[in-house]
Write a protein that binds this ligand. Structure first.
Ligand SMILES: [Zn+2]
Length: 239
């Protein structure tokens, strides 16, 4: 192998490294998991509050209906007693008992309705606040998803471009070198080559490289990092 072959392999490596980077970035794109989790949480709270509000309002209308019924009965009984249609003392006594009973029931209903009138408005506010929170999160999610979609499109365009560049770069590399490079790539997270950085370190894993190894790389020999096993490359500035 010669320095030229290594330079050509390095061109291919740059494309492959870019493709790997694009793939990693695409895999790391977040479709909005955090916002979706918050949204689910708010939705659960909203379901719970709405259910509670519905129950309270249901109880309120039931009681109001009962209240009307009792009032009607009271009116009717009053008429019976004071309208002169009932004259029998025992009947009057029974009716008076009934009136007392109805008034007691009405008192209980009034008490509970007062409680409900206290509890319902804050519950309505709670539901309203949660609905507003949900609307805000939905909006945030839409904005986030649009951004992610744009990023995805950019990554796809970059990926297509790199894929188009690859065959020409590939054709320049001698077969045996390519076979070795591919084998390393498979074992080393898709990256088959490492730059030697200025002070004699592997640019990929950071291991300090023996001078002998750097010397060999400088002569155009195919040498690999002892630690990450990638083919070492000295850029022209370092030769
Ligand atoms: Zn290394």
């Amino acid at each position: 192998m010669s320095s030229l072959d290594l330079r050509r392999l390095h061109q291919l490596h740059l494309i492959d490294a870019a493709i790997t980077e694009i793939k990693n970035r695409a895999a790391a794109l977040d479709p909005g998991r955090k916002i979706q989790a918050s949204l689910q949480q708010v939705q659960a709270q909203l379901d719970e509050s709405s259910e509670r509000l519905r129950a309270l309002q249901g109880e309120q209308s039931d009681l109001e209906l009962k209240q009307k019924g009792i009032d009607a009965k009271l009116q009717k009984t009053d008429k019976e007693i004071y309208g002169g249609s009932v004259v029998n003392a025992r009947e009057v006594e029974n009716l008076e008992k009934e009136i007392a009973n109805l008034k007691r029931q009405r008192g209980e209903i009034d008490e509970r309705l007062l409680e409900l009138w206290e509890v319902i408005p804050p519950t309505q506010k709670e539901v309203g606040d949660l609905e507003a929170q949900r609307a805000k999160l939905k909006q945030d999610l839409a904005v986030h998803q649009k951004k992610v979609m744009q990023e995805k499109e950019q990554l796809e365009a970059a990926f297509r471009q790199r894929q188009q560049e690859r065959p020409a770069a590939l054709a320049q590399v001698p077969k045996p070198l390519l076979v070795r490079y591919d084998a390393i790539r498979q074992k080393a997270a898709g990256i088959g080559m490492a730059d030697v950085v200025r002070n004699g370190f592997c640019g990929s894993c950071g291991t300090h490289l023996p001078e002998k190894l750097i010397e060999s790389a400088r002569e155009g020999r195919v040498v690999t990092c002892e630690s990450c096993h990638r083919i070492l490359y000295l850029s022209e500035g370092l030769i």
